[in-house]
Design a protein around this ligand. Structure first.
Ligand SMILES: Nc1ncnc2c1ncn2[C@@H]1O[C@H](COP(=O)(O)OP(=O)(O)OP(=O)(O)O)[C@@H](O)[C@H]1O
Length: 323
């Protein structure tokens, strides 16, 4: 039992599902089906899946803004159907699109948002300063939102979602469109929150993000759970530990593919994934695979790396998780 398991259960969903009613001329959409999930204090849960997998629908159910049509859901032990306002008061939500007040300054955005929670002025002023510092926006505190970079806006959106000191923060694709440096700073802040005991639920298209942040991930496809566990568990259970990436010049791609298939047919214990621009050969020993393949066909470039969640996703769904 890890220490996380001694923490109280904040979210408990069982057989959770949501079917959107049929529109004019269309069929009903089962957006989420039979999902079991749990979240504890200080834990980060990742929801992974391609577009339309049901991640945003799951987030909306957890945020008590879209009622489930199947299964049971408890957030803070409360039923979202009947206790929506009490649940929402203890949640922070970071939507995909920053819904900041463009004309207001950084500080004003925090203060105005905090008023919705009925916080006394003095508390709010002090909290806004703390959040400005947390979001590393001290130099921009009096600047309007229009003067902020993409990364700064995301940090302000997160700061704003923290005004009510939520116990759970829901983040829908928090770093989409940000450059590597801006992503790193954001991850740093999210890890700090987690260490302070805030529970995070993150949807993302980025496997490295899930590996960095999440204690557990749920891989979803067409509304259903495909696999769940810690990144390490998923890698251990679903893929071989090393991956040899091979790139060939245009016309050689097919020959390279044939050579690897031939070796596998001869008994090499590998798994081949063919992508448009490269071959991925999963193996227990990547260097051995590299030697044996390169004895038959010479790639333009090759490298051996450790298997990642991206490989798990590909192995389970047959699709690369790219935007
Ligand atoms: N309000 C709605 N009415 C009807 N169908 C919907 C509604 N919202 C989402 N859907 C459908 O439900 C399915 C799941 O959508 P959802 O937005 O939850 O997926 P997602 O994994 O969040 O995708 P994305 O990464 O694009 O946000 C899709 O087929 C979508 O078209």
């Amino acid at each position: 039992m890890t220490s996380a398991h001694r923490e109280p259960l904040l979210v408990e969903g069982s057989g959770l599902g949501k079917t959107y009613p049929a529109g004019p001329g269309g069929a009903a959409v089962p957006a989420v089906r039979g999902l079991d999930l749990e979240l504890r204090r200080g834990e980060a849960l990742g929801l992974l899946g391609t577009n339309g997998a049901g991640k945003s629908t799951t987030m909306r159910m957890l945020a008590a803004v879209s009622p489930p049509t199947h299964g049971t859901l408890r957030v803070f032990g409360l039923d979202p159907l009947h206790d929506g306002p009490r649940i929402r008061a203890r949640l922070g939500v970071v939507p995909q699109d920053d819904m900041l007040d463009q004309e207001l300054t950084v500080r004003e955005n925090l203060v105005v948002y905090g008023r919705y929670f009925g916080l006394p002025k003095r508390v709010l002023r002090e909290r806004a300063e703390r959040l400005i510092e947390f979001a590393a926006l001290e130099a921009k505190a009096d600047a309007p939102v229009t003067a902020l970079s993409g990364g700064m806006r995301r940090r302000l959106t997160i700061a704003r979602a923290l005004v009510n000191e939520p116990e759970i923060l829901l983040l829908d694709e928090p770093t989409t469109g940000l450059d590597p440096q801006a992503r790193q700073l954001l991850w740093d802040r999210l890890i700090r929150l987690k260490n302070d005991g805030v529970a995070l639920i993150v949807t993302t298209h980025y496997m490295d993000e899930a590996e960095q942040l999440c204690d557990r991930v749920l891989i979803m496809e067409r509304g259903a759970l495909v696999a769940g566990g810690s990144p390490r568990e998923l890698i251990g259970a679903h893929v071989l530990p090393e991956v040899l990436e091979l790139r060939f010049t245009g016309t050689e791609h097919a020959a390279g593919c044939a050579a690897v298939k031939e070796l596998i047919a001869e008994g090499a214990p590998w798994r081949l994934e063919v992508l448009p621009d490269r071959l991925l050969v999963a193996a227990a020993d990547g260097q051995d695979a590299q030697r044996r393949i390169e004895a038959r066909v010479l790639p333009r470039a090759s490298l051996v790396r450790r298997a990642t969640l991206e490989d798990v996703f590909l192995a389970l769904t047959g699709r690369a998780l790219v935007e």
